[in-house]
Design a protein around this ligand. Structure first.
Ligand code: HEM
Ligand SMILES: *[C@@H]1O[C@H](CO)[C@@H](O)[C@H](O)[C@H]1NC(C)=O
Ligand SMILES: *[C@@H]1O[C@H](CO)[C@@H](O)[C@H](O)[C@H]1NC(C)=O
Ligand SMILES: *[C@@H]1O[C@H](CO)[C@@H](O)[C@H](O)[C@H]1NC(C)=O
Ligand SMILES: *[C@@H]1O[C@H](CO)[C@@H](O)[C@H](O)[C@H]1NC(C)=O
Length: 487
């Protein structure tokens, strides 16, 4: 027999053997992926997944996929095989097992633009260290003493610029408010000053790049954003050097620590590069999300006069009591009295879904309710799908703040017997739960307080919140306002 003949003779037996063992292995350990469609090569189903839709719905893609495959399905998104979850239990399981079975995994383009030291992309010990710094800086103690007065001051600054019977974009006003607040809080920048305005302009270009396709080609939004990123970083760096120069040889002991920049310079061992990315990612995390939430509240309330009326009652009572005591600025006790307002805030976050899904990947082979999730696969917990699921929230397609009354920790629609912590996750969960959730709620509450006490508003033009999938009002939410005085 020649070598070739020998090989040809052997081949079938080798193949048979191979198949045989494969079948055995399969039998012993069959991999059971969730149902689904992997779509086209490489792009998979990404285009369908990212198609814009009304922010108060889950969108056609999710609807059709859930109808066909159930709440857990496989797909191919952002260039990777992916498990999509609209299942409350699996979402919680994913977030709780961060670092053990799953890990934060944002597309590379996000890291390119937010920086490799950004909190959104870091994992492990480095993430923990940065998180501790952020939590310290956003602690309840600081909220009470530093942030609440600042939030009220910035609210009044924006609202006092509103002219009687005028029309403007509410979303821009909300952005102005949250940007000024973060710029003050992070770097002690004053609103209206040329340097603050310039930073704001750069930041807008930067934001457009974060949400655009990551094509680093001349003329693209992404390229412009990368340029803005470096301008912004230079700006922050200059601020940092000023601080260090000011204290001279007296050392870090003498640094002021009442803004984030000062605080990290004084109390942490982070490198310059790390501080820059931290500052930028906090600006990003804290500005965009809370301004959209405020715009959503303005939008939903405009369609729900009963809720506005009840808010007015709540806030008039607070304001009257303060007047009698001769107090002017709001304090923590006043904030704690804003109970119905908290219902409005929760309902806004449930119905509007500012952050619709999170990016994770499996770092081990995981089994969940009979399904296999292979190590290395992307996993997308879609928190919005649970918030809009009629099996968790009664009449999810209605803005109904009253569903949050008398819940005291259980599900708002108690008849379903699930607890809220399993179904309501506007701020994510587990070890990466939003570090700014309490600040975000404080901002919304204080803004709503002065808004309902001083203004009535109507839509000046039809507009609607869309999920791109980041939530945005295409026309910027144009409203017409009338002043009134309820106290
Ligand atoms: C309504 C407004 C907000 C919403 C809906 C929101 C939502 C979220 C969500 C869902 C996450 C988790 C991301 C993930 O797990 O991959 C997150 C993380 C984070 N958020 Fe917020 N956020 C809001 C406001 C804020 C504010 C005002 C700040 C203040 C600076 C902030 C700071 C952060 C930080 C630092 C993280 C990273 C936490 C970590 O990785 O440990 N957020 N946010
Ligand atoms: C408010 O403005 C609109 C249009 O700008 C105008 O038609 C209307 O007369 C104004 N109303 C009052 C009370 O000034
Ligand atoms: C910074 O490093 C020094 C020495 O390397 C250490 O003593 C100190 O505890 C560190 N501080 C923080 C906040 O990690
Ligand atoms: C709003 O939701 C949070 C969970 O994010 C919950 O702890 C809180 O009790 C809810 N507030 C009301 C008024 O139901
Ligand atoms: C919630 O409780 C208050 C008093 O405890 C009651 O007046 C109110 O009607 C209750 N609301 C709902 C929606 O059950």
């Amino acid at each position: 027999m020649s070598d070739l003949e020998f090989l040809l003779f052997l081949l079938p037996s080798v193949l048979a053997l191979f198949l045989f063992f494969n079948v055995i292995r399969r039998k012993k350990n069959p991999i059971h992926l969730p149902p689904g469609n992997m779509g086209w090569p490489f792009i998979g189903e990404t285009i369908g997944y990212l198609k814009p839709y009304s922010a108060t719905t889950i969108g056609e893609f999710m609807e059709q996929h859930i109808a066909r495959y159930g709440k857990i399905y496989k797909s191919h998104l952002f260039g990777e095989p992916t498990i999509v979850s609209a299942d409350a239990g699996l979402n919680k399981f994913i977030l709780q097992n961060e670092g053990k079975l799953f890990e934060c995994s944002y597309p590379r383009s996000i890291g390119g633009i937010l920086g490799k030291w950004s909190m959104l992309v870091l994992v492990g010990d480095m993430h923990r260290d940065m998180r501790i710094i952020s939590l310290n800086f956003l602690s309840n103690a600081r909220l009470k003493t530093h942030l609440l007065p600042e939030v009220e001051k910035q609210t009044l600054l924006v609202l006092s610029s509103w002219k009687e019977n005028s029309t403007f974009c509410a979303q821009d006003e909300a952005k102005k408010f949250t940007f000024n607040l973060m710029a003050r809080h992070i770097m002690s920048l004053d609103p209206g000053k040329p340097e603050t305005e310039q930073l704001k302009k750069e930041y807008i270009t930067f934001m457009k790049g974060v949400v655009s396709p990551p094509l680093n080609l001349p003329g693209t939004a992404y390229r412009r954003a990368l340029k803005s990123r470096s301008t912004i970083l230079k700006f922050i760096e200059r601020k940092m050097d000023d601080r260090i120069r000011k204290v001279g040889d007296q050392g870090s002991e003498k640094l002021e620590d009442d803004d984030l920049l000062g605080w990290v310079l004084k109390h942490s061992n982070l490198s310059k590069e790390q501080i820059l990315d931290l500052v930028l990612s906090l600006l990003f995390a804290g500005h965009e999300t809370s301004s959209v939430s405020i715009a959503l509240a303005i939008y939903f309330l405009q369609g729900c006069p009963t809720a506005v009326h009840q808010l007015q009652e709540e806030h008039v009572e607070i304001a009257r009591a303060k007047k009698e005591l001769g107090e002017r600025e709001l304090n923590w006790d006043d904030y704690k009295k804003m109970e119905f307002t908290q219902c409005v805030i929760n309902e806004t976050l449930r119905y509007g879904n500012v952050v619709r899904f999170l990016h994770r990947k499996a770092i081990k082979d995981v089994q969940y309710e009979g399904y296999d999730i292979p190590s290395g696969w992307k996993v997308l917990p879609v928190v919005a799908a649970v918030h809009l699921d009629p099996s968790h929230f009664d009449g999810p397609q209605h803005f109904h703040p009253w569903r949050w009354q008398n819940t005291s920790g259980s599900s708002p629609s108690s008849s379903f017997g699930t607890t809220m912590s399993n179904t309501f996750m506007p701020f994510g969960g587990g070890p990466r739960l939003c570090a700014g959730s309490e600040l975000a709620k404080l901002e919304m509450a204080i803004f709503i307080h002065h808004l309902v006490l001083n203004f009535q508003w109507d839509l000046a033009d039809t507009d609607e919140a869309f999920a791109f999938p980041f939530v945005d009002f295409p026309k910027g939410l144009p409203i017409r306002i009338r002043r009134h005085s309820l106290i």
